[in-house]
Design a protein around this ligand. Structure first.
Ligand SMILES: [Zn+2]
Length: 241
């Protein structure tokens, strides 16, 4: 259950979660808006009071996000191994084109703030990136899968590329593998690592020593080093998605 509450100039999405025992303020990775997770039984009137009390915290969260967006260099071209995204300044409204299959041009209006530009671009950008990458990521995953042992391959039930923001991928006990669209922004070797990581979970659901050993075998190198590389990897484009 969820509802939008107005706290001064901010709209805050309140999400009542069955499994949450406390309240938690954060930026929603989907909408880039502030959200509050609250216990299932907490009335919205109480959530309103809590939010009003925490107005300064909301302000800080919002400012931090704006700062991250501010750091994006609008004159740079960003390239991952899978696609390249270039910014171009233009007088007309902010929009996006796709001049080549793996190239996306973002036209932004310098009169608007970066935040305003990005709010306008995000839905379109996501759609374009999905178009470019969904198919490619899936194809790549199937190739990675074809290189490993048949008994492991057979455990895969379904593979989906999703708009997941908070993690790279997941693997259920039923063999359903989800991968994040953000993989499109990773270098090839790290994208492959994420894929093998989820495949390794088919055999080892937890992150114990056996899991890392198995994953290192699949990667043919030290998986923990790759994992650290992934955690340290950064591109400003992550904030756009
Ligand atoms: Zn894992």
């Amino acid at each position: 259950m969820q509802k939008i509450l107005q706290i001064k100039e901010f709209e805050v999405l309140v999400i009542k979660a069955k499994n949450s025992k406390t309240t938690k303020l954060s930026i929603c990775p989907e909408s880039h808006k502030v959200q509050l997770r609250s216990p299932w039984r907490m009335p919205y009137s109480l959530a309103q009071k809590i939010l009003e009390k925490n107005y300064n915290k909301i302000l800080t969260l919002q400012r931090n996000l704006e700062q991250k967006i501010d750091n994006i260099n609008f004159y740079q071209e960003y390239s991952s191994d899978m696609l390249s995204i270039a910014f171009q300044s233009i007088d007309s409204p902010t929009h996006i084109t796709q001049p080549a299959p793996n190239k996306i041009d973002l036209y932004y209006n310098p009169v608007l703030s970066k935040m305003q530009n990005i709010q306008q671009i995000r839905p379109q950008l996501l759609t374009k990136i999905k178009q470019v990458c969904m198919h490619k990521i899936k194809e790549e995953f199937l190739f990675v899968l074809s290189q490993i042992q048949p008994f492991e391959k057979n455990k895969v039930n379904n593979i989906r590329i999703k708009n997941i923001k908070t993690r790279w991928g997941s693997c259920s006990s039923k063999g359903n593998i989800n991968l994040s669209i953000k993989l499109a922004l990773l270098p090839n070797h790290l994208r492959k690592y994420v894929m093998l990581h989820e495949i390794a979970h088919l055999q080892q659901p937890n992150h114990g020593p056996l899991f890392w050993q198995h994953l290192s075998n699949l990667c043919q190198e030290n998986a923990k080093i790759l994992d650290r590389q992934l955690k340290n990897y950064h591109t400003d484009l992550f904030f756009l998605l």
